[in-house]
Write a protein that binds this ligand. Structure first.
Ligand code: NAD
Ligand code: WQD
Length: 331
């Protein structure tokens, strides 16, 4: 029996595949490489010394997805595949709704047809919207400020409705905070195309000398040093959270939501300093205006995952920067 990993060639998916293989799980990856490269698959094999089945297919291609279920004994699905660039989702909303929502609908329909009832879904802290107080708890109201965020809010609702209609499903909705870092081997990590939007990939390029300086988006927030505060979580800790969720899914039906965050908030300037220390390189920056849609602080209350999944983040911000730098240097 195998775990089907959609989007397994991507940033979080590839790290999760490594952890699954290290735990002796049999996996099948499906990815269309819309935001990843085929080389990642060999890196996963290199790190783990293990092989797996791979399908280059789009979730929007129902026949291809049906074929995967008919050719394999799939026991559960971890669903990472989706488009994730917030800004792009504002200019291409239909593409985002179609890819993320229709892709998930086809996946769930084909799971149901193949009698596969265990699903782990990649949601995001973005569903807490602009108005909840920190730290965020799973029972707080959800909303979004951009089409990407709405796809997560809507898919969460779809999965809850699916469980209500068919209570033989076991569904785990994982709300990730800010994943950063890379595998300690330096063989896999986050490698966005073009100029990065997110903080640590941007800092990595500045430290490497590929970009001249970072622009800090605002230093007048009501936070410890005026810059934005986020809950950064090492991608390997995050990957391990999926194994804990899977373990629980195998023992019960239901739909559960978990924050996967460290519970700690770090400011932009703290990240800059940690990266400088880890890389031994300067990270020049200037203070710019606030970025539209940003909030002052976002961090998790991680207690529910700790109590029910027996999972918690273990790696520090410095570890995240060190591993990000090792990956960046090797590229
Ligand atoms: P990623 O872009 O690196 O990985 C997603 C993978 O899915 C890519 O390899 C892409 O090629 C594939 N994919 C996209 N659409 C597909 C489709 N229709 N069919 C087949 N493959 C498809 O992103 P990531 O950072 O690894 O994120 C994984 C998931 O976690 C996404 O759903 C994302 O929204 C969610 N998430 C990410 C973050 C983050 O900051 N990275 C935070 C919260 C939630
Ligand atoms: C972090 C902090 C910025 C870049 C985004 C998505 C969210 C989730 C994770 C998927 C903020 C500041 C950033 C820069 C800066 N993705 N910053 N200069 O915005 O918390 O979350 O990624 O679900 O949905 O919105 O992450 O890394 O972009 O920003 O000062 O060049 O760094 O203002 O305070 P964010 P981020």
């Amino acid at each position: 029996m195998a775990v089907l990993v959609t989007g397994g060639a991507g940033y979080i998916g590839s790290h999760t595949c490594v952890e699954l293989l290290n735990e002796g799980e049999q996996i099948i990856i499906v990815d269309n490489f819309s935001n990843s490269k085929p080389e990642v698959l060999n890196q996963i094999r290199k790190i783990t010394g293990k092989d797996f089945q791979f399908y280059q297919a789009d979730l929007l291609n129902r026949e291809a997805i049906k074929k995967i279920f008919s050719e394999n004994a799939v026991e559960s699905v971890i669903h990472f595949a989706g488009l994730k660039a917030v800004g792009e989702s504002v200019s291409l909303p239909l593409r985002y709704y179609h890819n993320n929502i229709t892709g998930t609908l086809i996946l769930c329909e084909e799971m149901e047809a193949a009698n596969v009832k265990r699903l782990v879904f990649s949601s995001s802290a973005t569903v807490y919207g602009m108005n909840n107080p920190v730290p965020y708890r799973e029972d707080m109201p959800t909303s979004a400020t951009n089409p990407y965020g709405w796809t997560k809010v809507m898919i969460e609702q779809i999965l809850k409705d699916l469980y209500t209609a068919n209570p033989t499903f076991s569904i785990s909705i994982l709300r990730y905070f800010n994943p950063v870092g890379a595998h300690e081997s330096g063989l896999i990590g986050e490698d966005p195309n073009g100029i990065p939007n997110n903080l640590t990939p941007y800092i990595a390029k500045v430290a490497k000398g590929e970009l001249p300086k970072l622009t800090v988006y605002g230093d007048d927030y009501d936070t410890k040093d005026g810059t934005g505060v986020r809950d950064y979580i090492h991608v390997v800790d995050l990957a391990k959270g999926h194994l804990s969720a899977l373990k629980k899914l195998r023992t019960e039906t239901g739909v559960s939501i978990y924050n996967l965050g460290s519970g700690e908030g770090h400011s932009v300037l703290e990240v800059v300093r940690a990266y400088e220390k880890a890389s031994g390189r300067p990270v020049p920056y200037v203070i710019g205006p606030r970025r539209a849609g940003d909030i002052a602080s976002c961090y998790a209350d991680p207690k529910k995952a700790e109590q029910e999944l027996h999972w918690k983040a273990t790696k520090s911000l410095y570890d995240m920067c060190l591993d990000s730098w090792r990956f960046t240097e090797k590229k």
